[in-house]
Design a protein around this ligand. Structure first.
Ligand code: ATP
Ligand code: MG
Length: 589
């Protein structure tokens, strides 16, 4: 198997595996947390992200660069907000909340495109001890109302047009909501009854606002899971998570203060908050914020024009870039780009190698979940990449594979190559502390001191973890357990296939048969010949027992807004069953 050797750059990560292991062994969360504590004790994410820089050298640096439209000359307009400006806006926002009587332990929901007020609002609320729950602004009225209701939101930050389109008519469904703060997209004042004009309140507010006393155990964020396997769960995170955000920014993303970092995720998904807001600020880097939807040419332009050095994106985006072709990639040089990472879905080996060959850098896959709050397993810049592997556990993370026993206990698997459920030993600071209103579901995630992730994986003799599939998606066919990822990878090796999704279809004889759906790359058409070719290709690589029996063409595969393929929806549609909770489905899927 091909191994991609480590990159030679100035690394924060120990540059060889032995040193890496030594770092892991001497690593201490307590020491990391000490370095982030507030001067008088206590812990607050926003203190670490903005307050501590005020008046220092980082204060004048650009914290956030908001991109605008592309001009006729091809240049994208930008608006910079410095660390000091962001801190001032956050303090004003804290005062706005205080004036409205919103305090520690209240919950603020955010339904907003990526505008400065969103970032100031999140940080200002965290400073106030107010729990923040960012939602996708593309959600429809029901998913928004349902989440606000579930979370008992007291305040909602949104824009005038989103309010008119999605929230006004649902207001009665959200009885806990005491205040709605509106930003008008055009910059004009707003006076919609039952709402407040945030910009006017901010202009009136004082610049001074002491930070509310919070500890590492106080709740800070409420994130809903992607809803890939069922109804989204609300995961509660605490201020102490900041230690994970900082540590993973260091070891998994290799952030240096002079980096320009672009995380493409929306803050409505945990990645867009942990790494789209918090981690880059903790490292004093400049973040690129692009509010526009995916567009291959625009993305290449951003990488080029903004001198992005570290880029964090998702497999679907990479596959869409692959679909758009290499020619476009070569049109825009990227001399500053030194590190690319990906998360959210299994990253097929083809995509890693395409990165190396076409973008000039391999793509570093990493694994984590809403529940873990931050990156847990990663291909760091320090060691060789095995394409198709999620990498190794980061310092401070004890990841194991377990086998379930009939008496509900689990046994840790020691043998390399054996498949099991991926579990994490409790003790990392960003572990979720509850599923909202679902204590029983939360309890079920733990056995002894292990958190069970619901994902199946294997570990090889070098300590690399390989994703097999979600426990819910595993297909049982004629006595074989088939991980969808393995089958999808093989299909994506074929030059015609852009993306593949595999499901199990009930079958009276073998239990389930493997059925695949594929989208195609440019220049290919789906016909019987291609179908036969794909079936043959899969059978040759996987053997008859594992290869799909059926392959269908799909113009698009259904994705969640966080970019994951919703296999359960493909299955429901295939079997003519109810679609279930599709609140997180991307429109047009
Ligand atoms: P739900 O829990 O509501 O079904 P979800 O699990 O998709 O949704 P997230 O927390 O956003 O919600 O996603 C985490 C999951 O995404 C992981 O459990 C895993 O299945 C998948 N995932 C994330 N990163 C990777 C990766 N690098 N390789 C493979 N799978 C990944
Ligand atoms: Mg999940």
């Amino acid at each position: 198997m091909e191994v991609i050797r480590k990159t030679e750059v100035d690394l924060r990560v120990p540059p060889n595996f032995d040193d890496y292991v030594a770092t892991r062994e001497s690593f201490s969360w307590a020491r990391m947390a000490d370095g982030l504590a507030m001067p008088g004790g206590g812990c607050n994410i926003a203190y670490c992200a903005v307050d501590r820089y005020v008046g220092g050298p980082t204060g004048t640096k650009t914290a956030l660069r908001f991109l605008g439209d592309t001009g006729p000359d091809g240049n994208i307009t930008a608006r910079d907000v410095s660390y000091d400006e962001l801190a001032t806006l956050a303090r004003r926002f804290t005062n706005v909340l205080r004036r409205l009587g919103i305090g520690k332990g209240d919950t603020m929901f955010v339904v907003s495109p990526r505008i400065p007020e969103l970032y100031a609002g999140v940080l200002g609320a965290l400073r106030n001890g107010t729990v923040v729950s960012p939602l996708f602004s593309a959600f429809g009225p029901e998913p928004i109302a349902m989440r606000v209701q579930l979370g008992g939101g007291s305040v909602l930050l949104t824009t005038s047009s989103l309010y008119r389109r999605k929230i006004a008519k649902m207001r009665e469904e959200m009885p806990t909501l005491r205040h709605v703060l509106l930003v008008d997209e055009s910059g004009a004042p707003t006076d919609i009854p039952g709402t407040e004009d945030l910009r006017a309140l901010m202009a009136d507010a004082s610049d001074d606002a002491e930070i509310t006393e919070t500890t590492a155990d106080d709740p800070a964020l409420l994130h809903f899971t992607s809803g890939t396997t069922g109804t989204p769960k609300g995961a509660v995170h605490v201020h102490g998570a900041v230690t994970t955000h900082y540590t993973t920014g260091l070891y998994a993303l290799d952030l240096h203060p002079d980096d320009t970092f672009w995380c493409t995720a929306d803050p409505g998904w945990v990645t867009g908050t942990s790494y789209g807001i918090i981690a880059p600020l903790l490292h004093g880097v400049t973040s690129i914020i692009d509010p526009a939807d995916f567009d291959a040419e625009r993305w290449y332009r951003i990488l080029e024009q903004q001198d992005v050095s570290v880029w964090y994106t998702a497999p679907t985006a990479i596959r869409m870039l692959m679909k758009a072709g290499g020619e476009l990639a070569h049109k825009f040089p990227r001399p500053q780009l030194r590190f690319i990472a990906s998360v959210g879905e299994p990253l097929n080996p083809e995509a890693v190698i395409w990165g190396r060959d076409v973008l000039g850098l391999p793509i570093h896959d990493n694994w984590w979940q809403t529940e873990t709050g931050g990156i847990m397993i990663a291909n760091t810049p320090a060691f060789d990449i095995k394409p198709g592997s999620m990498g190794r556990p980061l310092p401070g993370i004890d990841a194991v594979l377990v086998r379930h026993n009939p008496d509900h206990s689990v046994t840790v698997i020691d043998t390399p190559g054996e498949e099991g459920e991926l579990a994490l030993r409790v003790g990392w600071p960003s572990m979720f502390r509850a599923y909202l209103n679902n204590e029983e579901r939360y309890r079920k995630c733990f056995v002894d001191d292990l958190y069970l992730s619901g994902d199946l994986a294997k570990r090889d003799e070098d300590g690399y973890f390989w994703f097999v599939g979600r426990a819910d998606d595993v297909i049982k066919s004629a006595g074989h357990l088939i991980g969808p990822f393995e089958v999808e990878n093989v299909l994506m090796e074929h030059p015609a296939v852009a993306e593949a999704a595999v499901i199990g279809k009930p079958d009276p004889i073998v239990g389930e048969v493997v059925k695949a759906f594929v989208t195609l790359r440019r220049g290919y058409e789906f016909d019987d010949k291609l179908r036969r070719e794909l079936l043959g290709h899969a059978r040759k690589k996987l053997g008859a027992a594992v290869a799909p029996k059926e392959i269908d063409y799909a113009a698009h595969l259904p994705h969640t807004r966080s970019g994951k393929i919703m296999r359960r929806l493909l299955k429901a549609r295939e079997l003519g069953l109810p679609e279930g909770d599709i609140s997180t489905l991307e429109s047009g899927s």
